[in-house]
Write a protein that binds this ligand. Structure first.
Ligand SMILES: Nc1ncnc2c1ncn2[C@@H]1O[C@H](COP(=O)(O)OP(=O)(O)OP(=O)(O)O)[C@@H](O)[C@H]1O
Length: 488
């Protein structure tokens, strides 16, 4: 009888516990990652996914528990030990230095890239990896990172993590890697993940998009309130059982769309066709308008133009304003030194003021109401915003916009990192608010969300190439218009 060789786990964390004050972020988590497997990690916002990832990445030391790499117990484990053992991480909050070029950022990640000709070597390493993962990406490695779109930055970060310089890359942790990528870039990444895993590499894949978790993972681990509550081969889960294991309920996706008769009405927001080409943009009261198409084709620019066209409208009173939910949370969304409450209420100080002073009780009431309405997971709204998990920070940005009386809300891919239970709550809030007459203009990289909209403008190369209404808002029609430039 031939002995079956024992496969050591690339990394094994046993019974890890971490608390932040009264919050048990990890409450005895055991996770074992084998070579050649992609492990999907799912759970509600604040379940502890980023915390266990930070333990594996060496950024956080568990207060209790053990870590072993390739079967060897690690006495002292930190960032250097994790890298030496081939662990790489792509963080939810992108970590590139914005003032440096792509090449220089590659050098920051790979310290051994030194000596004569390091720029040339770095350019080749990052360029080759970008070509391998995202063929046709169009990113210039000599460009400065701050000039890249959020999707391009995410692509660079991913390519850097998979690129190999000194030590072999054994385990790559991808925390919400597709959150800023459109459908075609996400497919390229997921295909690459499968190729990497089939070649013997390991991946921990965190996502709130359950379809991609189910299609890409070999095994799925479900976390809830700092614990692992379910763990099975991916084939033994479907979307319903996965959501149930996370502690939520799948609600019907179908929402009544409204086809408004807008003939003779004045649009609330409008914009002529861009650069004199394509269709003009119009949004009427009570509509949910989707902006679709491949990422970076003019959707965010349109939102910004619509926003700027209304600035100064406070002169006409609060009810004329527009609210904006920023897409790049870290760059344009949170005030990092402020509390959760101040971040939530900043957009409606006029509504909370009595005789020129902000009323603290009114501010606290507003905060409590939204905390409950979209389940912001914190013990105290006075805590710093950065003490919240990524998805919970995103909920605060949502609440900030919805808590204003602005008749129009512009949303730049606002559901990044938000868990499925909350998304469903937010979809219902959007529909209820639209029924009351509010207008939403919603850029989303998720097709399911585009399909919830009443009317959709599809973008291609910076201009609107198609308008879809009501039942013609389908994935097939949106894709056809995105790629061919004309609605099916
Ligand atoms: N630095 C910190 N200070 C205080 N609390 C923290 C800190 N980091 C995380 N927490 C808390 O630990 C818990 C777990 O957070 P974690 O970021 O691991 O969740 P997550 O599952 O990654 O959520 P998400 O899906 O929103 O990213 C949350 O309740 C969070 O508020």
């Amino acid at each position: 009888m031939t002995a079956i060789p024992l496969r050591h786990a690339v990394i094994e964390v046993a019974d890890a516990k971490i608390s932040f004050g009264a919050v048990k972020a990890l409450d005895g988590v055991t996770l074992r990652i084998l070579p050649g497997e992609c492990v999907g990690l799912v759970g509600h916002n604040g379940a502890g996914k980023s915390t266990i990832v930070n333990v594996i990445n060496g950024g956080l030391s568990p207060h209790q528990g053990t870590i072993a790499c390739a079967g060897e117990p690690m006495q002292r484990y930190g960032i250097a030990a994790a890298r030496a053992n081939g662990v790489r991480c792509v963080f939810q909050e992108l970590s590139l230095c914005p003032n440096l070029t792509v090449i220089e950022n590659t050098r920051v990640m790979h310290r051994t890239l030194t000596g004569w000709g390091w720029r040339r070597r770095a350019a080749r390493i990052i360029g080759d990896k970008l070509d391998e993962i995202f063929p046709g990406h169009g990113i210039d490695p000599t460009g400065v990172v701050s000039d890249l779109s959020i999707a391009e930055r995410q692509m660079v970060e991913i390519a850097t993590a998979f690129s190999q310089v000194a030590q072999p890359v054994k385990l790559v942790i991808l925390d919400e890697p597709t959150s800023s990528l459109d459908a075609s870039l996400a497919t390229q990444l997921l295909d690459y993940v499968r190729r990497f895993v089939e070649a013997g590499g390991s991946v921990i894949f965190i996502s709130h998009i359950l379809g991609e978790i189910l299609s890409t993972s070999d095994r799925i681990v479900v976390m809830k309130d700092g614990k692992v509550v379910a763990e099975r081969p991916a084939g033994k889960f479907d979307e319903h059982s996965l959501v149930a294991a996370m502690g939520s309920v799948v609600k019907g996706r179908h929402q009544e769309k409204r086809i408004n008769d807008t003939a003779g009405l004045t649009p609330l927001l409008s914009q002529p066709s861009r650069r004199g080409k394509g269709l003009a943009f119009e949004a009427f009261a009570g509509e949910i308008i989707g902006l679709a198409g491949l990422g970076g084709h003019g959707q965010t620019d349109t939102l910004i133009d619509l926003y700027l066209a209304r600035t100064g409208s406070w002169l006409r009173g609060r009810d004329a304003e527009v609210a904006f939910v920023a897409g790049d949370r870290a760059l344009n969304g949170v005030f990092p030194l402020w509390s959760i409450l101040k971040n939530l209420t900043i957009a409606d100080l006029a509504g909370l003021s009595r005789r020129g002073l902000v009323s603290e009780p009114a501010e606290a009431n507003l905060g409590q109401a939204w905390k409950q309405r979209i389940e912001i997971r914190t013990q105290d709204l006075g805590n710093p915003i950065l003490s919240l998990s990524g998805g919970n920070q995103q909920k605060v940005l949502f609440a900030r916009a919805l808590a204003t009386p602005a008749p129009a809300v512009l949303m730049d891919d606002p559901m990044r990192g938000v868990d499925i239970g909350t998304k469903q709550e937010v979809y219902a809030i959007l529909r209820a608010e639209a029924d009351k007459g509010r207008t939403f203009v919603w850029y989303s990289t998720e097709m399911d969300e585009i399909c919830l909209c009443d009317r959709v403008y599809v973008f291609n190369n910076g201009v609107i190439v198609a308008e879809l209404k009501g039942d013609s808002v389908t994935e097939k029609n949106v894709l056809a218009a995105s790629f061919i430039g004309a609605a099916a």
